[in-house]
Write a protein that binds this ligand. Structure first.
Ligand SMILES: Nc1ncnc2c1ncn2[C@@H]1O[C@H](COP(=O)(O)OP(=O)(O)O)[C@@H](O)[C@H]1O
Ligand SMILES: [Mg+2]
Length: 309
């Protein structure tokens, strides 16, 4: 029987507000961007779903539910993928923000799908789209965080999305290896199962440089790797190791850290022992939070413009 005969019908229109954050490499800001884009839009009052299609479950570190009773390490997502049942997100991770939790179990999903849907490669790739489409209309925005260096998991994530956003570091190796490999998955998914998938743009993430020349080089390498229409977003997320560390150790998003930094203990409260230094949050979080908020506006504006075009 033809592969396509065995695929349940998918309401693609329900997936039109779904964004996948993807790059072939790890450490380029995918999870940070996914968590913060979802968290910012939710904090602004829209209804948002964040899906963690990742064996490491780092979204749980960004949002602070890692190793709590909420954290099923991807078991519910694994089961939904196996049976094709609608996703059951965990609601209220933040006001307006629901999450489909990832982790350990998701690493085993590609083998399970290959065994369950033997010889049906399209059915395997569409497993997430099939579980997401029935619930996607409940949300204004759906964000998918995807895995590096794992083509089957990347295909699951890409096959369920309308828009792809690729964060990258600014060096040539990151751009060639990371964007080069995700570009191949992107083409494959568009050709085989999801022709609606479009590249919304590339984000320079964690750039320590204010140099125009470095950004011009990065822009040119991105164009060489993905084609001239793969334009970079104007907003660059600035480099701050301290903010990256604070976010995951406190389980707070960058705009939440900014608020916490405003409540840092006063110097004299530290001296007198009335406060402990363990609660201090980097004040740079305000700058990084501003970059992420500017970027979120640019992403949503560009998607609206492309929809209108
Ligand atoms: N603005 C920033 N500048 C520098 N490093 C950051 C910044 N934000 C986050 N990080 C750190 O960068 C690393 C990679 O980020 P992450 O979002 O996990 O990337 P990926 O999901 O692509 O692997 C993490 O250790 C994170 O703490
Ligand atoms: Mg990640």
């Amino acid at each position: 029987m033809l592969d396509d005969d065995q695929i349940p019908p998918i309401n693609w229109d329900a997936l039109r507000h779904t964004y996948v954050i993807a790059n072939g490499k790890g450490g380029v800001g995918k999870t940070t961007l996914a968590s913060n884009l979802a968290g910012l839009v939710a904090a602004d009052g829209a209804s948002v779903l964040l899906i963690d299609v990742n064996g490491q479950g780092n979204v749980g570190r960004d949002l602070g539910y890692r190793n709590t009773a909420t954290d099923d390490e991807g078991e519910a997502l694994y089961e939904a993928l196996r049976t094709g049942a609608p996703l059951k997100p965990v609601s209220g991770i933040r006001p307006n923000l629901d999450v489909v939790i990832g982790g350990l179990h998701i690493g085993a999903a590609p083998d399970m799908l290959a065994a369950t849907y033997r010889m049906q490669q399209h059915r395997q790739a569409l497993a997430l789209a099939i579980c997401l489409a029935p619930i996607a209309d409940r949300y204004d925005l759906v964000v998918i965080d995807s895995a590096p260096e794992n083509p089957p998991l990347q295909q699951l994530a890409l096959s369920a999305a309308r828009w792809m956003i690729a964060p990258t570091r600014s060096d040539k190796a990151s751009i060639n290896d990371g964007l080069g490999s995700i570009s191949r998955q992107f083409q494959l998914v568009r050709r085989s199962v999801n022709p609606a998938l479009a590249l919304l743009g590339v984000v320079l993430f964690g750039s320590g440089s204010a140099s125009k020349q470095i950004h011009r080089n990065a822009r040119q390498w991105v164009a060489e790797e993905l084609g001239a229409d793969a334009f970079l977003f104007d907003t660059i997320v600035r480099y701050s190791e301290a903010v990256g560390q604070d976010a995951r150790s406190h389980g707070r998003l960058e705009h939440e850290l900014e608020m916490a930094a405003a409540n840092n203990p006063k110097f004299w409260d530290l001296r007198s022992g009335r406060a402990a230094s363990g609660t201090i949050v980097s004040a740079t979080s305000a700058s990084v939070a501003e970059d992420l908020a500017t970027l979120a506006r640019e992403i949503l504006t560009r998607a609206a413009e492309q929809d209108a075009a």
